[in-house]
Design a protein around this ligand. Sequence first.
Ligand SMILES: NC(=O)c1ccc[n+]([C@@H]2O[C@H](COP(=O)([O-])OP(=O)(O)OC[C@H]3O[C@@H](n4cnc5c(N)ncnc54)[C@H](OP(=O)(O)O)[C@@H]3O)[C@@H](O)[C@H]2O)c1
Length: 109
Amino acid sequence: MNYCKSKNILIESYAPLTKGQKLKKKNNALNEMVKHYKDKTIAQLLLRWNVQRGNIVLAKSKNNDRISQNFDTLNWKINAADLEILNGFDANYHCTWNPTTQKVRANDW
Ligand SMILES: NC(=O)c1ccc[n+]([C@@H]2O[C@H](COP(=O)([O-])OP(=O)(O)OC[C@H]3O[C@@H](n4cnc5c(N)ncnc54)[C@H](OP(=O)(O)O)[C@@H]3O)[C@@H](O)[C@H]2O)c1
C-alpha cells in the first residue's frame, strides 16, 4: 500500500465484504466493536474502514436495503483506536486466489 501511495496508484478493495463470508460470524471482535457505532452494521464497519484507508470500494448487493446501507459509509467515522484494531486484523484470509502467490504465465497476458 505504501508503494502504491508513493506512486499515486489507487487501490481497489477486492470483495470488501469477503463475499459475505465473514459477516456470518456471531461472536468475533467485530460484533463487539460495532456496538460503538449507533445503528451501524458490521458490513458498514468494513466498508467504512476501507474508505478511511483511502481505498476504492465496490461492494455488491442484490438487496435494496443493503445497497442503501452500504452507501451510508461516508458521513461518519471509525475512531482512531478502533481503526488501529481493524488495521491489525490481517488474518491472511483469502476468499479467492492469493495474488501474492499466484503464478502468472507470460502467455496469459
Ligand atoms: N470477488 C470477485 O471475484 C470479483 C471479480 C470481479 C469483480 N468483482 C467486483 O467486486 C465487487 C464485489 O465483489 P463480491 O461480490 O465478490 O464481494 P463482496 O462485495 O465482498 O460481498 C458481496 C456479498 O456480501 C453480501 N452483502 C452485501 N452488502 C451486505 C450488507 N450490508 N450486509 C450483509 N451482507 C451484505 C452480498 O449479499 P446480498 O447480495 O444478498 O446482499 C454478497 O453475498 C463486485 O461488485 C464486482 O464488480 C469481484
